[in-house]
Ligand binder design. Structure first.
Ligand code: NDP
Ligand code: 8X3
Length: 254
């Protein structure tokens, strides 16, 4: 089953952008969300020109409940119950031990990774349930399964996403709507630059000394889940670079 309509949050870079590319390449029409309007428009323009599918963009901050509701209400009907909703928008801030951490960083992570994901899901799901089909993909993380030094609140937000995915499996049982939770390990994106607020001297080394995953590696897993026949549900995916054994054991050749 080829997804005709997909909605991807956090599509201005990294994993979300790679998903947009792969879905468009395979003929899907897309709605892309992010806050950076110009970056999002550039992605859309490039995909339209290359693949010729319909690409709509909406500048949405997923932390803004009213904006999320408003954006969904302004979409053409077919996109309100997409074949695939990729809940990808998310971020980490800081890598402090908890007792040295910043409250505003915790709030940003909780508001984006947990509350934002809930707002988006709640806005689309009633339409998807009514249509009796569709796939919700939640991007959690290996960090939601295993703790690491300084990961505290980020890990907690991702553990929440994973348990929310598990709960949705139950709540949506019998509706025809499927749920896929994806837990990536280290993926080279803007993630670490955002975590370290643009400090490339800290972000760069995160991906050095081994071959990290790319956004495209994650997009392929998501596309696989999205193209299974209706009776097949890929509930959970854990994907790491081969060099990564656990969240913090990485075979780096420096
Ligand atoms: P990027 O920083 O490259 O991409 C994050 C995307 O999320 C951007 O498009 C950003 O767009 C968007 N975003 C962030 N905050 C908001 C918001 N409030 N509202 C709307 N969009 C938002 O990182 P990744 O691609 O790596 O991250 C994607 C997801 O993957 C995240 O949930 C992350 O936690 C998860 N993940 C990443 C891993 C990694 O190693 N990279 C590993 C495991 C999970 P904009 O700034 O324009 O709003
Ligand atoms: C991101 C994985 O280990 O870089 O979710 O925090 S990690």
């Amino acid at each position: 089953m080829k997804p005709e309509h997909a909605v991807i949050t956090g599509a201005s870079s990294g994993i979300g952008r790679a998903c947009a590319e792969l879905f468009a390449q395979n003929g899907s029409n897309l709605v892309l969300w992010a806050r950076r309007t110009e970056k999002l428009s550039d992605v859309a323009e490039e995909l339209r020109n290359t693949f010729g599918t319909q690409i709509l963009t909406q500048t949405v901050d997923v932390r803004d409940h009213a904006a999320v509701q408003d954006a969904v209400s302004h979409l053409p009907e077919a996109y309100q119950h997409p074949d695939v909703l990729v809940n990808n928008a998310g971020l980490s801030r800081g890598l402090h031990r908890f007792h040295q951490g910043e409250r505003l960083d915790w709030e940003e992570m909780i508001d984006t990774n947990i509350k934002g994901l809930l707002y988006v899901t709640r806005a689309f799901l009633p339409h998807m349930v009514k249509s009796g089909k569709g796939l919700v993909v939640n991007i959690s993380s290996i960090a939601g399964r295993q703790a690491y030094l300084g990961g505290n609140v980020y890990s907690a937000t991702k553990a929440a996403v994973k348990l929310f995915s598990d709960s949705l499996q139950i709540d949506l049982n019998g509706t025809g709507v499927r749920v896929c939770n994806v837990d990536p390990g280290l993926v080279e994106t803007e993630f670490s630059e955002v975590r370290f607020r643009g400090d490339t001297s800290r972000a760069g080394p995160v991906y050095q000394g081994y071959q990290p995953l790319t956004g495209a590696d994650i997009a392929e897993c998501i596309y696989f889940a999205a193209t299974r026949p209706a009776h097949v549900s890929v509930q959970d995916i854990l994907i790491t670079p081969t060099a990564q054994a656990t969240v913090s054991i990485v075979d780096k050749k420096m």
